[in-house]
Design a protein. Structure first.
Length: 404
């Protein structure tokens, strides 16, 4: 009995207690941010968010003080990240930069899978509750009637495309959690759910991303089965893995360049602009009006969410890269893009092809939507300093094959 109590006390050391307290505050924070994307009006206690942010920051500081696992590189980059994002936030006023910083630093040495399971659990539960409330008339279900298109529903979320984005990112998180345990019928389930979201919302871009995501997963599962029969590791050509790891830069660079080059007189860019619902033209208007700056600026955007009324003064830059560059500034944007590159490189280095494919789809999806660093949608940037989860069969082949 005494030995058992001793083991319990050793397991409940300060670091573990701080981690549990952080995860509790993390749940409250994620829940708040998710509910802020819904039509569910909740009267939060006064200064709720300020108090929660103070608790999160205090717990993160405590975990940093007790942690013995910061390498020199991690320390240097954490300092750079903190200085850049805090200064950019103070200059341009976009508090999501501060939120991102808290999530990245707070995830230090917490298991990736644990963090994502907590995120997935709270998000799915709240998502289901919101849908039920919308269908039963307890909260408003925005319905959009558009000539020449299907009727679109938001099912308790601000806007149909946001509903679809929630479904898409939840699918990415689920696949990340399952990773090497993923089976074909689970991918089929994701495809069916994505198709259902498309039928409800008519959000074509997210549906195309879902199709591409599932197609890549089916190919991977088939190839994995083949490799296991042959008794060899799952590997892909080095050039292909390099391209996949560079997708954040390739997507960001392509969309920014195309937006800068866009003119009404350009035939092919005009065709592409219409295919992606005028994202180039709105981005170019933003660049012309605000221009690029090192530390960003406030960009007034008026979207179509929270109301079914047509906005005569509609102006919204959907592309995360163009929007981020204008709002957060060149320096903060470059740092965030570098965070994505590091995460992609780590996935490639460890032969985690499912994880790398998830990051590829995030890079593509953020070319057309604005959820790159939004807490309620994309939790993958938080994994920069997180502790890598134990792998299954990939662990056996960690150094046996794959990209070199």
């Amino acid at each position: 009995m005494r030995e058992k109590n001793g083991r319990l006390l050793r397991s409940l050391n300060v670091e573990n207690i701080l981690e549990m307290l952080y995860l509790l505050a993390f749940v409250l924070f994620v829940a708040y941010m998710f509910l802020e994307t819904t039509m569910w009006e909740i009267h939060w206690p006064g200064k709720y968010m300020d108090g929660l942010l103070c608790i999160l920051a205090s717990l993160i500081l405590g975990r940093v003080c007790f942690s013995k696992n910061y390498s020199v590189k991690e320390t240097v980059f954490a300092v750079i990240l903190t200085v850049v994002l805090l200064y950019a936030w103070k200059q341009n006023g976009y508090v999501e930069l501060y939120y991102l910083l808290l999530m990245i630093l707070g995830a230090k040495d917490i298991s990736e899978k644990k963090l994502m399971k907590v995120y997935f659990g709270i998000t799915i539960v709240l998502f289901a509750i919101v849908i039920v409330l919308a269908l039963t008339g307890k909260i408003e279900n925005l319905v959009y009637y558009q000539e020449g298109h299907r009727t679109r529903m938001a099912l308790g979320i601000y806007y149909p495309t946001d509903f679809s984005a929630h479904v898409f990112f939840c699918s990415l998180v689920y696949v990340f959690i399952r990773e090497e345990k993923l089976r074909w019928f689970e991918v089929m389930g994701i495809l069916l759910v994505g198709t259902g979201a498309f039928w409800i919302t008519d959000a074509r871009m997210n549906f195309l991303c879902t199709l591409l995501f599932c197609a890549g997963l089916f190919l991977y599962l088939f190839y994995r089965k083949y490799c296991r029969k042959k008794g060899k590791p799952v590997s892909i050509p080095a050039w292909m893995s390099y391209i996949a790891a560079l997708m954040p830069v390739l997507c960001a660079g392509s969309m920014i360049l195309l937006t800068v080059l866009y003119t009404r007189s350009s035939h092919w860019l005009g065709v592409f602009n219409r295919l992606i619902n005028a994202r180039l033209s709105f981005g170019k208007a933003g660049i012309d009006q605000y221009g690029f700056s090192n530390w960003g600026q406030y960009v007034e955007m008026i979207g179509g969410g929270k109301s079914v009324e047509t906005k005569t003064n509609y102006f919204f830059i959907d592309c995360s890269y163009v929007s981020g560059l204008l709002r957060w500034g060149n320096i903060a944007f470059a740092v965030i893009l570098f965070v994505m590159l590091i995460i992609c490189y780590k996935a490639r280095k460890e032969n985690r092809w499912v994880f790398l494919w998830v990051m590829v789809l995030i890079s593509i999806q953020c070319s057309i939507e604005h959820h790159l660093i939004e807490i309620a949608y994309n939790p993958f940037l938080w994994l920069l300093f997180a502790k890598e989860a134990e792998k299954d069969d990939t662990k056996v082949f960690k150094r046996a094959g794959g990209a070199r």
